[in-house]
Design a protein around this ligand. Sequence first.
Ligand code: SAH
Length: 364
Amino acid sequence: MTEEAVHLTGLSREELERFAEGMGEPAYRGRQIFSAVQRRRLRSFDEMTDLPKAFRERLAAEAVASTLTVESRYVAADGTRRYLMKTSDGMPVETVFIPEERRDTVCFSSQSGCPLQCDFCLTAKLGLLRSLTAGEIVEQIVIALNDAYGVGAKTPRGTNLVAMGAGEPFLAFDSLMKALGVMADREGLFIVPNRVTVSTAGVVPKIKELATIPERPHLAISLAAPNDELRDRLMPINKRWPLHELLAACKEFEASLRPGERFTFEYVMLDGVNDSDEHARQLARLLNRHHLRAKVNLIPHNPADPLPYRPSTEERVESFKAVLEAKGVHAFVRRPRGRDIFAACGQLAARGGEPNRPALYQIS
Ligand code: SAH
């Protein structure tokens, strides 16, 4: 096996047809491979028994069907599952499966670690290790779906994907868009962009670029603060793209919204920091000034050592929400899921299962 082995999970059906032809095989062999790795979600050549054995052996010499290894699987009291995986070069990758009454959600990572230094997020403590490839993104979802529904079993229609794991998806834009294209294929996973939400800390040029893509996922934007002074402190990316630029990009994006579609602002609620009624009024003014078709998801802070914040109290969250709604801004509270296994928002930092267990990877 060479270093450059082709990772089959990251290739589209057409690319696999070309790949098979490059091996001197008919194009339909490529479609068979696509069906094996995407629709049947197989992760080893041995299982692809519809391919001739000699062909499988040749394939195995040039390509890999899987690169991620699952190091640990944690199950939370509320049924949320977290997978701690490793890439072939040893980088940590985490994926979370969130069962819900009406539909399930798979939350995947776009990078190993993250370069953004959001002050309330544990992933930031890892720094950026590297962006993930399209194949590594698709593989996370394959692993989570196989574990939830069985290898190759049909994915329930309502299952959603969110790019809200580790990393900044818009700094892994090409891999992300490639992966979404592969996953949308009806002969494969058949998870269309309409069932995917991508969350960004505010990479303005990519918000604008996404708006130009016809088959695009839904957009969520992490705000965390209603003014530049506070946002500069909590999310340093704000110094690069301050609120007026971010909201102008959102306004541009709005033109691409489909009927009934809204975008989401995420707002982590930090006790005594960004959660007063005055902050809520500022936030409502900010959104109303731009006339944005948006809703706000309030996320009570998920605490983790050594983050210096506490979650807002329930009464505070309710009061904040009431202020927003009185000003015509739709607001929802995101219930924390999987906090006890470090699976909740902002808790992905390649940690072991017990709250006091040290990180598997050194936190600086
Ligand atoms: N980098 C992207 C994708 C991550 S999504 C982004 O920032 O949008 C993760 C969401 O969880 C973001 O909205 C982030 O603001 C929020 N978050 C981060 N740390 C958190 C914490 N400790 N508690 C609650 N939410 C947190």
